[in-house]
Design a protein around this ligand. Sequence first.
Ligand SMILES: Cc1cc2nc3c(=O)[nH]c(=O)nc-3n(C[C@H](O)[C@H](O)[C@H](O)COP(=O)(O)OP(=O)(O)OC[C@H]3O[C@@H](n4cnc5c(N)ncnc54)[C@H](O)[C@@H]3O)c2cc1C
Length: 252
Amino acid sequence: MISRTPFDAVVRERRVLSEHLVRLVLEAPDGLVSTGMPDEWLALTVPGQFQTRYYTVRALDEALLTIDVVVHEQGLVTEWAQTDCVGDVVGIAAPKGSFQPPPDAGWVVLAGDLTALPAMARISETVTTLPVTVHAEISDDPVQDYFARPVEWHHAEPGESALADIVRGLEWPAGPGYFWMGGESAQMREIRRHLRHDVGWDTRHYDVMGYWSGSRGRQVRAVDPGPIYAAGKVAGKSDEQIWADYDEARNT
Ligand SMILES: Cc1cc2nc3c(=O)[nH]c(=O)nc-3n(C[C@H](O)[C@H](O)[C@H](O)COP(=O)(O)OP(=O)(O)OC[C@H]3O[C@@H](n4cnc5c(N)ncnc54)[C@H](O)[C@@H]3O)c2cc1C
């Protein structure tokens, strides 16, 4: 069977960034190449496990890969990342990304919970020609120096999210733009509906991704978003349709 995480990577450094966020710096394996998309993610398999989980590439230079892991109440990666994992060998896959503002976008707005912090920070560092506004929902104190630009922080109780309400209350900048959002799946579904029915944007102008599911506290089936994204693109689907397919695949 072909491994879903064909590259081996050794954890070189583990650093606690905040109460619920741990930075892991791994030795980047030969052949691991960035897509250049600032929200790119990769599949990760931790020692002793075969299931994968998905993590944003916070940074990938020639030698080092950085990922920032949210430690929540329970979970495969959560529990492993709380141990002294320096020296552990993990499996990772080639990155995939989906952040793609249309050519007429005059602004970028980002919204997400703690799991989306790495993507939002990297996007806001990478997009230099458009104004970028960031809304981050977290239960900890703001993570010091995580962003190179101002961020609007919103408080949430641990494991909970009200991002949909926050986004519904936003005043959008004038003219066409691009809205990117990542976080709890039910919140993302609500916002896709809102953008489609109430705001009426063309789907090229937003990308709303379910990163995890809080529904009934059960573990959602791990499904690689990469093949679903690639197949959706080949089929000419919008990002909105592709991420809806992904949510459905995880919940069946
Ligand atoms: C494209 C993409 C990029 C992502 N990037 C990142 C990233 O950079 N950093 C990051 O930390 N996560 C990221 N995630 C989310 C991460 O993959 C999930 O949170 C994952 O389920 C965590 O795995 P686990 O093994 O710790 O918990 P699991 O074993 O998957 O879940 C155990 C239990 O915890 C609950 N749970 C899962 N995640 C959370 C959470 N965040 N808060 C509260 N409860 C939760 C589940 O509902 C389940 O009941 C990303 C997801 C996607 C799809």
